[in-house]
Design a protein around this ligand. Structure first.
Ligand code: UDX
Ligand code: ADP
Length: 462
């Protein structure tokens, strides 16, 4: 690949769930740019160079294949690629801090800061630095301080361009985003840099969907968008608990409420709880920021979204316990799904982790199955050997089980032959539908005792 023939050199630091797909789309849509993605994890980079990508994302390989070898390169050489780049996207992980001040809530920015220092060390010319990872509001100012107190006489313009893609639908979200948000300082050089980033997306995103704003609004909008989405789930999940007490049906309630166009019908599926790398982390981040500005009431308002989610996960296990006669020791329980949602192998913050741990605590024998997430599940539960099994075949997982629980809404679980499954299970057989994806009446008629979320249970007991 001849570097000179490209109009622009774009670099992305961090080849994870965000950096990889985003850069693949930019490269596919903009053959005039050279797009390089670097990561310190050489295994990951190696995988990006093959057809076994390091993440499972429907349609992603096709996008990668359009550009790989043409204008898309994956490399571990962070140092060499920094200086060549005009625009550097930073997409490294920003996990919740596990130590010191703000532990459990604030973002751990050590990877970000290390990246900023690398950029500074290896740059000889002005660059645009784009924050892609979700960061606490005002991070850009810390980054500017690290980058722009240099003796080299070079200037870095820090831009915020949060990613709104959801896993499992990343390709569609990137191809046709609801909006692209680009925030900058409102100085002459800030606006110039912002326009350069706008130009990149304008290659395929209609101009009216590219929003520009000041840099703090952009950083904050990402946290707020995720907080609002998670709030909808916690709202409907809190109502699911009430439905189970009142014979109301949460799906009917969600449908009736969602038909109001002011409310809208998306993101109202009651579930076993939300997971994923963003929601909890971003809300706790928002909470921490509010607390640090002395906004106690605001902090506790948003914190309750996370508390309801924990309550929902806990309630699910409690329902299982009560239904199974308050003892699950030595009972075989099959968990159908471990990913935090369908169409991904990602298990970060998946409710499955908590549920498995609780069931094991009660000395149940847990069998986990999932079409994409078993490797991550093994990693999440590393060190636990007792009473735990991983099984690729859902039918085998359910064999001799006292109960099965749907944790992830994989299409495949809607289509299983539940009659066949019922016959191989220990009786009385229980099914806990943590995603409300199954035909509960039909399951009941087969002979199952059925426990949905937010709907009356259907049992054969008097
Ligand atoms: C989210 C945001 O949607 C995305 O814009 C942001 O960039 C990153 O965080 P993601 O975590 O990939 O994306 O998945 P999302 O589809 O938002 O689902 C999050 C969780 O909520 C999943 O566990 C999902 O199963 C759950 N969920 C979603 C529900 O329980 N009910 C719903 O109605 C919708
Ligand atoms: P996200 O979901 O935000 O994309 P991931 O954890 O999937 O998060 O990806 C972040 C990536 O950033 C990881 O692959 C990690 O190895 C990489 N990374 C972290 N620090 C650095 C660094 N200093 N230089 C290059 N890559 C880094």
């Amino acid at each position: 690949m001849e570097a000179q023939k490209f109009e622009k050199h774009i670099l992305c630091i961090g080849a994870g769930y965000v950096g990889g797909p985003t850069m693949a789309m930019i490269a596919a849509k903009c053959p005039q740019y050279l797009v390089t993605v670097v990561d310190i994890n050489s295994e990951k980079i190696k995988a990006w160079q093959t057809d076994e990508l390091p993440i499972y994302e429907p349609g992603l390989l096709d996008v990668v294949k359009i550009a790989r070898g043409r204008n898309l390169v994956f490399s571990t050489n962070v140092e060499e690629n920094i200086n060549k780049a005009d625009i550097i996207f930073v997409s490294v992980n920003t996990p919740t801090k596990t130590f010191g001040e703000g532990a459990g809530k604030s973002a751990d920015l050590q990877y970000w800061e290390k990246t900023a220092r690398d950029i500074l060390k290896f740059s000889d010319s002005d660059k645009i630095i784009v924050e892609k990872s979700t960061l606490p509001v005002r991070t850009a100012s810390a980054m500017e301080r690290i980058l722009n107190t240099n003796q080299k006489g070079i200037h870095f313009e820090v831009i915020s361009n949060p990613e709104f893609l959801a896993e499992g639908t990343a390709v569609a979200d990137l191809k046709s985003p609801d909006r692209v948000l680009i925030g900058s300082r409102e100085t002459e050089s800030g606006i110039k840099a912002r326009n350069e980033v706008v130009d990149v997306y304008a290659n395929w995103v209609p101009r009216e969907r590219i929003i520009t704003s000041n840099i703090w609004s952009s950083e904050l909008s990402k946290l707020v968008a995720n907080a609002f989405l998670a709030q909808r789930i916690s709202s409907i999940n809190s109502i699911s608990a009430l439905c189970e007490q009142t014979e109301a049906d949460v799906s009917e309630v969600a449908n009736a409420v969602g038909q109001d166009t002011r409310i809208g019908n998306k993101f109202l599926n009651a579930s076993v709880g939300f997971g994923g790398s963003c929601f909890k982390k971003d809300i706790l981040n928002l909470v921490y920021i509010c607390e640090s500005y002395g906004l106690k009431e605001v902090a506790s308002y948003w914190e309750s979204v996370v508390r309801i989610n924990e309550y929902q996960e806990h309630r699910f296990v409690q329902t299982m316990m009560r239904a199974l006669f308050n003892t699950i020791a030595n009972k075989r329980i099959a968990l159908l799904g471990f990913a935090f949602k369908a169409n991904t192998g990602d298990t970060r913050e998946s409710p499955a982790i908590y549920i498995t741990q609780q069931l094991l605590e009660e000395q149940a024998h847990v069998v986990i199955t999932d079409p994409q997430a078993l490797n991550n599940a093994r990693h999440d539960l590393e060190g636990i050997t007792k009473n735990l099994e991983f099984e690729t075949d859902p039918y085998k997982a359910a064999e001799n089980a006292h109960a099965i629980a749907i944790i992830t809404e994989w299409e495949l679980y809607k289509k299983l032959d539940y009659k066949k499954i019922f016959e191989t299970m220990t009786k009385p057989a229980f099914i806990f539908d943590g995603r409300n994806i199954l035909d509960h009446q039909k399951l009941y008629e087969i002979g199952f005792n059925v426990y949905p979320i937010g709907k009356a249970a259907k049992t054969h007991f008097k």
